[in-house]
Design a protein around this ligand. Structure first.
Ligand SMILES: [Zn+2]
Ligand SMILES: [Zn+2]
Length: 72
């Protein structure tokens, strides 16, 4: 009777579902929570240097290297 809801993020306490397989790897957090907790500096809404930073979604001018990487 154990479901995904047993894996609660210890940072935001919401269930970890998409990255449940990496639950332990990410210190029992969402990847995004792990990123903000350990890797991200400053305003959570301002993208940091990490190309996969969740805040990149709000970045009006993503770095050229980032789009080039997607193009392969
Ligand atoms: Zn979380
Ligand atoms: Zn970041």
């Amino acid at each position: 009777m154990t479901g995904d809801e047993d894996r609660a993020c210890r940072r935001c306490r919401r269930p970890v579902i998409v990255n449940a397989a990496q639950y332990e790897v990410f210190e029992r957090m969402h990847w995004s929570c792990f990123h903000y907790e350990f890797e991200h500096d400053g305003d959570p809404d301002a993208a940091c240097e990490d190309p996969s930073c969740p805040a990149r979604a709000f970045d009006p001018s993503p770095p050229p290297t980032w789009t080039q990487r997607l193009d392969g």
